[in-house]
Every structure is written in C-alpha cells, then in structure tokens.
Design a protein around this ligand. Sequence first.
Ligand SMILES: [Zn+2]
Ligand SMILES: [Zn+2]
Length: 77
Amino acid sequence: MPCSESIVGQSWQRASARCECMRQMHGHMGRCNAELVWEERGKEGRGGWEVHQKSIAGGDEPSNWEILCGECNKLTF
Ligand SMILES: [Zn+2]
Ligand SMILES: [Zn+2]
C-alpha cells in the first residue's frame, strides 16, 4: 500500500527529521536519531531516508508509519 504524501509529511514532523528506528539489532543504542534531509527521500547515504509501514494490518494513519534512515531501512523488512 503506498503512503500518501500527507502521511509522509505528518510522520516527518513527528520524527523531527531524524530516524525513528528503535531496533536494537541494528547496533544503535535506543533510537537511531540519524539526521535526515527532506530532499534525500528514497536515497541511500548521508541524509537519505524512507517511510516504513510498521504493520501491514495497520491503517494508513501516521502512527502506522515510521521514518527510517537509509541504513535502517535497508536492514528492516
Ligand atoms: Zn536509522
Ligand atoms: Zn535502525
């Protein structure tokens, strides 16, 4: 299911332009908090990020989406 632009925008605001990933297996302590750049969406490398759907069964409200940096997005399925 594609993510609408308004959800992307709301999730981005909530994340304060930083990676929201909390997965311990990635090697970051607590929240990743990598700094992200709005224009770098979909790119890898510094500032790159993507929106990730937490639950397929979840709805399309912002709480079901998280902002992940390129590194975390690569490691998350
Ligand atoms: Zn991250
Ligand atoms: Zn991570």
